[in-house]
Design a binder for this molecule. Structure first.
Ligand SMILES: Cc1cc2nc3c(=O)[nH]c(=O)nc-3n(C[C@H](O)[C@H](O)[C@H](O)COP(=O)(O)OP(=O)(O)OC[C@H]3O[C@@H](n4cnc5c(N)ncnc54)[C@H](O)[C@@H]3O)c2cc1C
Length: 611
């Protein structure tokens, strides 16, 4: 039963979402042998859930759009913490990656003139999101998958990777087990691309699927890679909140992009009260002006008015909803109301078919006639594995990362739509670079047998434990704790407590008993995932505890100000110390060149504290 099957592939891609598929396509094109490993079935990756669209300055809906404006919006939305090099590459290359998807068969919605339609989203100056109704991820995955499987890659579905191996300081392979039959596998590889997505299952209320347990983040950390900006976890402002069984499921920002308005229990359109100074020039501060903008957009004219405040960035809207709740103005079930029913019912059904269906089926609400009840939900992690912006290589030679598992571009807050375009821009670069490096090697490095024995023993150990706790209990206690202590509004004392709680949860996790069977045993998978969930949660809590300011998605009630003089220049870096401790330090990106700096808003770049 402990037989180990060994595989050899020049490039191993871990993860079959948009980033992994795009990387695998590029690596296969280069003629190397490619393996794609994924925890679930091909086609099920989290990317398939993406709704609103992919951001790219195609300038189809508004000819004023340029990559420079997209770059500026991304840097501003990220509160100037992001890596300007990645934001530049992304803004410049996203349009071609979208056109490429179209050539490969993706059927985007069209404008009356027949070009790719684009919709408005939070923090984007112009309509910029290429979309397919509100099911963009499905079409993206379908297209990439169709392209990918014809390129000859080997796909290992329902395999969980549990460890990455290094030989002489360079990546040499990984260990995985098959989730169905429990078989054990070693993959020897010349290079590995990590594309494992996000971590939001560590929070009780989240928009992610069961796959989002942060294993990729943990795998990179355990093998010695540097992790960046882990304190920045995005709470999307609009998740479903009622009935309880659907709490957290996403309500796309596309609803607000199509004119949806937010109201509190008193019927007040409260977002006018929450426009930050840095956005004052761009957002309407009266209902009349917001309506004038919507009228222009609906009638296909170029917008001349300032945008409605519902289209502020997600960090701002989520905190505003939180404040309304705290002030006792919450909706019936503790959120706020999102209303698109004022628009023509047929238009709503055409533009937002998924939302219409979702609310009808899950909440018995017809969004063409009634408002939705919504509240914040953990949605995306800006932090992740630090990469070189030009190659996507991590600090571990031979290990590349792309997509949500990587960090840099989004800074302190990601703009909606910038993830799907991130996946295809940086997935391509990672695949290109990983295959080039693999082509330069003419051997597979040996993997230490002791290391293999160690991970096999660790993987099988939960099956041998008896009388311990059910792993599902520990998972739910972890998620509740993170929701309460490492949520939208944080304090030093709660964060300190969360770190102690994680130590206690780690002890419990080491004693769980999922039963002794290897085949089809979901308890065993959970017992194994816990080690990653705990370390990833610890990274978030530690980085949040240390960052003594509020910026983007990280809000400290005890440090409410944004501190540009110090923290604005410091991106957190977590790595494993020699003794296995979790160490934290800080780094800065290179100085931004003048021609790019001049694209940013001069007023935002002043030194010193600011609200
Ligand atoms: C409901 C929802 C709607 C969204 N809408 C949008 C949108 O409209 N626009 C936008 O830009 N962004 C959107 N996002 C965000 C975006 O979808 C994600 O950030 C993005 O899809 C992540 O892609 P990825 O390729 O990095 O990872 P994923 O698509 O999550 O894929 C990860 C892959 O890694 C595999 N994996 C993970 N761990 C392991 C392991 N240990 N071993 C083996 N395999 C593993 C998984 O099985 C999976 O195949 C949305 C997110 C959600 C939840």
């Amino acid at each position: 039963m402990n037989e180990i099957v060994t595989h050899e592939h020049d490039v191993v891609v871990i993860g079959a979402g948009g980033a992994g598929l795009r990387a695998a396509i590029e690596a296969s094109r280069a003629g190397v042998s490619v393996a794609m490993i994924c925890k679930s079935m091909l086609g099920k990756a989290h990317t398939v859930m993406a709704e609103g669209g992919a951001a790219a300055a195609l300038a189809n809906k508004d000819p004023r759009d340029t990559w420079q404006t997209h770059f500026r919006d991304t840097m501003k939305g990220g509160k100037y913490l992001g890596d300007w090099r990645m934001a530049q590459i992304h803004a410049q290359q996203a349009p071609n990656r979208i056109r490429e998807l179209e050539r490969w068969g993706a059927v985007f919605d069209r404008t009356p003139k027949g070009v790719t339609s684009q919709r408005n989203f939070g923090g984007h100056t112009y309509p910029r999101l290429a979309h397919i109704g509100d099911a963009t991820g499905l079409e993206l995955i379908r297209t990439l998958q169709q392209k990918g499987i014809h390129m000859g890659m080997d796909v290992y579905m329902e395999f969980t990777v549990r460890r990455l191996f290094k030989t002489d300081g360079r990546i040499s392979g990984c260990f995985a087990y098959n989730r169905n039959d429990g078989s054990l596998h070693v993959f020897k590889a010349k290079t590995i691309v990590l594309a494992t997505g996000g971590i939001t299952r560590c929070w009780e209320v989240c928009s992610g699927s069961w796959e989002y347990t942060g294993e990729g983040h943990a795998l990179a950390y355990w093998v010695g890679a540097e992790m960046g900006d882990m304190e920045f976890v995005q709470f999307h402002p609009t998740g479903m909140i009622w009935p309880p069984s659907v709490k957290g499921i996403l309500v796309t920002e596309g609803v607000r992009g199509e004119g949806g308005v937010l109201r509190n229990a008193e019927g007040k359109r409260f977002m006018f009260d929450y426009i930050p100074e840095m956005y004052a020039d761009e957002f309407a501060d009266t209902e009349e002006e917001a309506l004038a903008w919507v009228d222009e957009v609906i009638s296909g004219k170029l917008a001349t008015h300032r945008r409605p405040p519902e289209l502020l960035t997600r960090d701002v809207v989520a905190k505003a909803i939180n404040s309304e709740r705290a002030a006792g103005r919450a909706s019936e079930h503790g959120g706020v109301y999102l209303d698109i029913s004022w628009r023509d019912a047929e238009e709503v059904k055409k533009k937002l078919p998924g939302m219409h269906h979702q609310f009808k089926e899950l909440a018995n609400v017809d969004i063409t006639t009634d408002p939705m009840e919504v509240g914040p939900t953990a949605h995306y992690v800006m932090g992740g594995v630090r990469v070189d912006p030009y190659s996507q290589e991590t600090s571990v030679p031979g290990l590349y990362a792309a997509g949500e598992v990587a960090t840099g571009m989004h800074g302190a807050n990601r703009l909606g739509g910038n993830s799907l375009s991130d996946l295809i821009v940086f997935g391509k670069i990672a695949g290109e670079q990983a295959s080039e490096a693999a082509n330069d090697m003419n051997y597979f490095a040996d993997i230490e047998q002791l290391e293999i024995d160690d991970v096999v023993a660790e993987t099988l150990s939960p099956l041998q434990r008896e009388g311990g706790e059910n792993p599902a209990n520990v998972v739910s206690n972890l998620r509740e704790m993170m929701q309460e202590k490492v949520g939208i509004i944080r304090t030093g004392s709660l964060l300190g407590e969360s770190l102690s709680d994680l130590d206690a949860l780690e002890v419990r996790a080491a004693n769980t008993s999922p039963g002794g069977i290897r085949t089809y045993n979901p308890g065993w998978h959970q017992a194994l995932e816990l080690s990653a969930m705990i370390d990833v949660s610890r990274m978030c809590a530690l980085a949040a505890h240390r960052r003594e300011e509020s910026r983007g998605a990280h809000t400290r009630a005890d440090y409410p100000h944004t501190d540009d003089s110090h923290w604005g220049k410091s991106t957190s870096v977590i790595s494993m110390g020699e003794d296995g401790s979790m160490d934290i330090g800080y780094a800065s990106y290179p100085e931004i060149p003048e021609e790019l700096r001049s694209l940013l808003d001069a007023d935002d770049l002043h030194e010193g504290d600011r609200e």
